[in-house]
Design a protein around this ligand. Structure first.
Ligand code: CA
Length: 216
């Protein structure tokens, strides 16, 4: 046996093993690198998606009107306690199934009051929109009025009115607490309506479909 050949063969073998270990080590490092990038990007995009939901806190009439005029799918308008002017007329506020537009009290224990004018809130051609924990009062015509904008084939739809108080509407004539004309797929939940027009209704509906009025 040639000892030199044996030593050389072993040396080559050790080198090959070393090279293979080095390659394996680098591949593992590469995998860990990709994994870290993947975890970072996933966290980043999830966080970005969540934080992209705009939440606006409003404290006065100007801020409330501006926030409503700018509302997009996913917008949450939180109204601080206080009294705000009625006459909020807005069209085409459209949320999405997973990203409704929400108009709500900043503190449900201290609901803001939207007061006065012919109607407190009048919305036309709106969808995936929710109003929570608001007091509506002292309107000459209706408290809340939601309609299809006069285009019957495109009703307002997917509307939730929840924990709303409507009071002191009219008092004379066909004046309603909540008036819905051309609204599909809606829920009116835990709302209190008191003192509406003597020829009107607490809730008046025309051309409405698939609505639920409930108290939990
Ligand atoms: Ca319409």
């Amino acid at each position: 046996m040639d000892l030199n050949k044996v030593i050389r063969a072993n040396y080559i073998y050790i080198n090959i093993i070393g090279l293979r270990n080095k390659i394996q080590h680098n591949i593992i490092k590469l995998y860990i690198g990709y994994l870290m990038i993947y975890i970072f990007m996933t966290f980043f995009f999830v966080h970005l998606t969540v934080s992209a939901e705009p939440e606006t806190i409003v404290k006065n009439n100007e801020q409330l009107r501006y926030a409503l005029s700018q509302a997009k799918a996913g917008t949450r308008i939180l109204i601080e306690p206080g009294t705000y002017n009625g006459g909020l007329y807005f069209n085409n506020l459209n949320g999405e199934l997973d990203k409704p537009i929400i108009i709500s009290a900043a503190d449900p224990e201290k609901p803001p009051t939207i007061d006065g004018s012919n109607e407190s809130i009048h919305l036309s051609d709106v969808s995936y929109l929710e109003i929570h924990n608001i007091i509506i009062s002292n309107n000459k015509y209706n408290g809340i009025n939601i309609d299809d904008g006069g285009t019957y084939d495109t009703p307002s739809h997917h509307i939730i009115l929840k924990e709303i108080v409507v009071r002191d509407i009219g008092p004379d004539g066909n004046r309603d607490g909540i008036k819905l004309s051309g609204v599909d797929d809606f829920v009116i939940e835990n709302c209190l309506i008191e003192r509406w027009g003597d020829g009107g209704s607490a809730i008046d509906m025309v051309g409405c479909h698939r609505g639920i009025i409930k108290k939990i």
